[in-house]
Design a protein around this ligand. Structure first.
Ligand SMILES: *[C@@H]1O[C@H](CO)[C@@H](O)[C@H](O)[C@H]1NC(C)=O
Ligand SMILES: *[C@@H]1O[C@H](CO)[C@@H](O)[C@H](O)[C@H]1NC(C)=O
Length: 322
């Protein structure tokens, strides 16, 4: 039962990975966002927090009908067998059929199944799914990998060659490893990287990041005072979500890109900000309309001291206003 639930979760996760532009786990506190269908996917993305039985019921109702049908005839996998999980993964007989264009990308031909890493991890189309495999390094990845998940492992370091020439890589999720060191050019040359999730690690220094990123989560690491370079996010014109909670940061990383929607900095050591941190005191008609979700709670900062600092924002930051 558990294995089946995990299989179903894996598929839906994968579906989400391919179709959803950005996934926001529930602990990103979406209180400022309109609750929409994404919320269900958010929960899935963070599925380790959901009791499995419960998750299965919910997923069954929200699964795209095509996948549900594909799943129904699949044989029941045996308890605790990782290989079984792979074997029962539904496949299309002819992935290049023009009939169902949606599924070509999702459950397309398994071109990577002979790749060594895919014998250990699960590879479906361009997603490599290596969660919870006691890995202590990034495994070699197929050239066409677009989505790479390796959460809940023991990876300590990211080397410059780990992601070399993976030109299609769009998402890297290394949540809950032991990463303390990242080579400066480990991510730099990834032309398609949109989402980088490194939360719950031991990172002290952020390397250079590609400007294509739309979603960055480095929460619960050890960035401290010096872990983020000057103007690190300045040229990230597509960046929408920046999550840096629980890092002992002592400043707000500036400048913030114009399209940023969510900035989460709770539980750091930020003591002050300036009237110009978000707005432009030289131009009072300037409005930073995208930035609707700022979290500064859990910092020793008194937001009441800079009343001018929020004039250009659509919403007040969350934090101490006493
Ligand atoms: C002030 O900001 C507004 C809105 O962003 C812009 O259209 C205008 O050109 C700016 N004025 C100056 C003097 O920079
Ligand atoms: C926060 O700042 C305001 C305005 O300067 C001040 O009146 C208030 O006493 C401060 N609160 C604390 C807890 O320091």
């Amino acid at each position: 039962m558990e294995v089946l639930a995990r299989l179903v979760l894996g598929l839906v996760l994968f579906e989400a990975a391919v179709t959803a532009p950005t996934l926001q786990p529930i602990n990103y506190d979406l209180d400022n966002y309109a609750a929409d269908t994404m919320e269900a996917l958010d929960n899935l993305y963070n599925y380790e927090n959901i009791p499995l039985g419960h998750a299965e019921v919910e997923i069954a109702t929200m699964m795209p009908s095509g996948i549900r049908e594909l799943l129904t005839p699949a044989p029941q996998p045996e308890e605790g067998e990782e290989e079984e999980e792979e074997e029962s993964t539904p496949r299309l007989i002819d992935g290049s059929s023009p009939q169902e264009p949606e599924f070509i990308g999702v459950l397309g031909p398994h071109t990577n199944e002979d790749f060594p890493t895919c014998l250990l991890c699960t590879c479906i189309s361009t997603t490599v799914y290596c969660d919870d495999h006691e890995l202590d390094a990034i495994p070699p990845l197929p050239k066409n990998t677009a989505y790479f998940y390796s959460r809940f492992n023991r990876i300590k370091k990211i080397n410059r060659n780990d992601f070399a020439s993976l030109n299609d890589l769009r998402r890297i999720d290394l949540t809950s490893n032991l990463i303390s060191e990242i080579d400066e050019d480990a991510f730099r040359k990834l032309p398609q990287l949109h989402e980088l999730i490194l939360r719950d690690n031991r990172i002290r220094q952020l390397p250079e990041l590609p400007t294509t990123l739309t979603f960055i989560d480095i929460s619960n690491n050890r960035l401290g005072r010096k872990g983020i370079k000057q103007e690190a996010f300045k040229d990230m014109y597509e960046l929408r979500h920046l999550y840096l909670t629980d890092n002992n940061l002592d400043h707000i990383p500036l400048p913030l890109p114009e399209n940023l929607r969510a900035l989460h900095l709770q539980n750091n050591n930020i003591l002050e900000m300036h009237e110009d941190t978000f707005c432009n005191m030289k131009n009072l008609t300037y409005i930073r309309k995208a930035l609707e979700d700022i979290r500064l709670d859990g910092n020793p900062i008194n937001l009441s001291k800079t009343p001018q600092a929020y004039l250009c924002l659509p919403r007040l930051p969350v934090g101490s206003l006493v």
